[in-house]
Design a protein around this ligand. Structure first.
Ligand code: GLC
Length: 709
């Protein structure tokens, strides 16, 4: 397809139509019949519907084929619709939620999650996925932390890159490959007070040094699209923000792909108070560099006027439309508008057994063992199962549109399938419903497993919580269970770090998040010892809500609190420590790993040299297991205050029983810099602290000097 020639033949209205994306209810069934019913809220007539360039969401191959067929019959230039959807952690084979995926610390595993997701989604004719979500998060009250990779800039890069590579697989024209749309640009995760869609306010320095890393990594990995966030940056809505969409995206990162708004976020510029009406929003959007408008009609209803009035707007319009048409060409849609959609393939690829088996492996590596007082694993024990997740199948979590929880096993079913002896099951979370008989049965168990947590609807978009203890008073169930005298294992199903101070009477605590289609099979394999847990936290667990935001890579302040030193006038609370309950990078294993003998190949390095850090990891236990060894650095003195520690690398290593592995990290110049307000890398000589450890609050350190000659 000759895009330049096609552009010459398109009318202004046809060009603008390519920037319109409509929600699924415009296309799911017969277009004519649906148009009258659903379009009235968007004041769209049928002619404009058939100018649309892309569709948000589609159910199956048959629907996609019928929509595309009906659409192309009316399209003057036969420009195919591009189908996009939220394939965030799986299509019908549902993998653990992204926050859980990040706890695997396993880049190639997450790349394969995206690969399988793309293969399954493509059978429905989906061409673009609105993933990875690369919003760095620091506030567990925000419902969407469940979709994130946690609080660390380095991990954002690693996992955003892995997902883009998995979805696109270096060639989006191929069947089974989808284009990645990284989101939400930018810093949506900093929504004030964790309240969704709330104001975001941060310095350019923090934006550049902490919050842009994941989006940038996705772009550098070749992501074809980026979605703007609902929030403001510097007071300007991200959807019409020239600094983000032109200065950072085009000039600083040389991105030549497509930008898309979030759902209705161009129209919402009016609510932000930055446009009088849709007509003004349309002008601000195209001037800022917004290409596709999702699920609102500012462009389709008003851009023509602006083009007629100002020739520069036509230039901007042409640039936007060309980017969209080039993406459609790169996807191979002009050659095959039905690319990927295949009713037969759908039946044999989607939820294929090898996909489900892999989903179980991923779930096993995403579970984090938070506490274990000689209780787990529970092998050959009589088990009593209590709490809502004893019998619930709801392990898919938010943003699992095409997944079906009914296909999942409950924890009870998974235990039974694994051959465990379950002597009692009660899904009630209310101790008052447990009578004498219940207590008698519970007392006969060797161990009580309390399966509790949040519902799917308490996590995800528009589901922020101001208090983040276990909901519905489930803490009382655990307290009650402990009064019966047995060991109590608390298994958590949730989409955010919770306040767990009041369930510390549990003998063991297992954080499983929402683990997807095969979650409970994975959880049972861990609880019974068949699998050694290895997940580590990528988001700090606060002791109480008052500590939020709490994150490991904080600045030192001018009055740091030094644990153990009694000084009143320092940065601390009267009523709680500064430390998290469970820190970034924390997670237990059934093995015991000792870190010893840290040494450096040198204690000074120039810009062209490297230092190799080595450390011995000893597995003192009788079973092999994965250990995630973390490398942190601190820049003691710089032009801006630098964090007390920053993750700069990690290695996930299997260490056999009773054996030692020597792990090495090469320290290179690129690990030592920081960014100025314009995103330029700054390298200053001086002393650095190198730390290696099992989590952010358990490190061994040594200093070295970086010399600029
Ligand atoms: C939603 C979300 C975004 C999603 C989009 C399309 O509002 O903010 O993450 O991709 O709409 O469903």
């Amino acid at each position: 397809m000759d895009i330049k020639q096609l552009m010459k033949e398109l009318t202004t209205e046809e060009k603008i139509g390519q920037l319109l994306q409509l929600a699924p209810f415009h296309f799911i069934k017969d277009i004519e019949m649906e148009v009258a019913g659903h379009v009235s809220p968007l004041s769209l007539n049928q002619d404009k519907i058939f100018l649309a360039g892309s569709v948000l969401g589609i159910g199956h191959a048959s629907e996609m084929i019928s929509v595309q067929e009906k659409y192309l019959k009316k399209s003057r230039h036969k420009i195919p619709l591009m189908f996009m959807a939220d394939i965030i952690h799986g299509y019908e084979t549902i993998f653990p939620v992204p926050l859980a995926l990040s706890c695997t610390w396993h880049e190639s595993l997450i790349e394969k999650v995206a690969r399988i997701s793309a293969v399954e989604a493509q059978t429905a004719g989906i061409h673009v996925t609105f993933s990875p979500m690369a919003d760095l998060v620091r506030d567990p009250r925000w419902g969407r932390v469940v979709e994130s990779f946690g609080e660390d800039p380095y991990l954002q890069k690693v996992f955003a890159r892995a997902m883009v590579n998995g979805y696109q697989n270096n060639d989006i024209s191929k069947v089974g490959h989808v284009a990645a749309c990284v989101k939400h640009f930018a810093a949506y995760g900093l929504s004030e007070a964790g309240r969704d869609y709330n104001t975001v306010d941060l310095s350019r320095s923090s934006l550049q040094n902490n919050f842009l890393s994941g989006y940038q990594a996705a772009i550098e990995a070749g992501a074809k699209m980026i979605m703007t966030a609902f929030n403001v940056i510097d007071g300007v809505p991200a959807t019409i923000n020239k600094y983000l969409l032109r200065d950072v995206l085009r000039k600083q990162w040389h991105f030549d792909g497509v930008t898309i708004s979030d759902y209705d976020s161009l129209h919402q510029v009016i609510d932000h108070g930055c446009a009088e009406n849709d007509e003004q929003a349309a002008l601000k959007g195209i001037e800022a560099g917004l290409d596709i408008e999702m699920a609102s009609t500012c462009y389709i209803n008003h851009l023509t006027k602006h083009v007629k009035h100002d020739p520069t707007i036509e230039i901007l319009l042409n640039q936007a439309v060309e980017r969209v048409l080039i993406l459609k060409k790169d996807l191979g849609l002009f050659d095959n508008p039905y690319k990927g959609a295949d009713v037969k393939q759908e039946k044999c690829i989607v939820r294929a057994i090898e996909h489900l088996e892999f989903a179980q492996k991923v779930a096993e590596e995403s579970v984090v063992l938070l506490k274990n007082d000689q209780t787990l694993p529970i092998e050959n024990k009589k088990i009593a199962l209590i709490g809502p997740y004893a019998t619930s199948k709801e392990t898919n979590g938010p943003w699992s549109w095409h997944g079906n929880n009914d296909f999942n096993l409950s924890l009870e079913e998974a235990f039974i399938k694994a051959g465990s002896e379950i002597i009692y099951v009660n899904p009630s979370h209310d101790p008052k419903t447990y009578d004498e008989h219940d207590c008698l049965m519970l007392r006969q168990a060797d161990v009580i497993v309390a399966a509790v947590g949040e519902t799917t609807k308490q996590s995800g978009e528009a589901h922020s919580r101001s208090q983040i203890e276990l909901p519905f008073g489930q803490e009382k169930l655990i307290t009650f269970a402990k009064t019966l005298g047995q060991k109590v294992v608390t298994v958590l199903y949730n989409g955010r770090p919770l306040i767990l101070e009041n369930i510390q009477t549990s003998d063991a605590i297992v954080e499983t998040w929402f683990t997807g289609s095969m979650g409970n099979q994975a959880i049972v394999d861990i609880l019974t010892g068949k699998v050694n847990p290895s997940g580590k936290l990528t988001m700090s667990f606060p002791r109480n809500v008052g500590q939020i935001p709490i994150y490991y890579n904080h600045l030192n302040t001018g009055r740091p609190k030094i644990e153990g030193i009694d000084n009143e006038f320092v940065s601390y609370y009267l009523d709680v420590s500064n430390q998290s309950l469970y820190p970034f990078g924390y997670g237990l294993s059934y093995s015991t790993f000792d870190y010893k003998n840290l040494r450096l190949s040198a204690t000074r390095m120039t810009e062209t040299e490297t230092i190799t850090a080595s450390i011995d990891i000893i597995n003192k236990s009788d079973r092999g297991g994965y250990e995630i060894i973390q490398l942190y650095l601190r820049d003691y003195v710089a032009g801006i205050s630098r964090p007390v520690m920053e993750l700069k690398g990690f290695k996930k290593v299997w260490i056999k029983a009773f054996s030692k592995e020597t792990i090495t990290f090469d320290i290179t110049k690129d690990m030592l810099g920081y960014k100025d307000e314009n995103g330029m890398d700054i390298y200053e000589q001086g002393r650095f602290k190198l730390m290696i450890g099992k989590h952010a609050e358990a490190v061994i350190s040594m200093d070295f000097d970086f010399i600029k000659e």
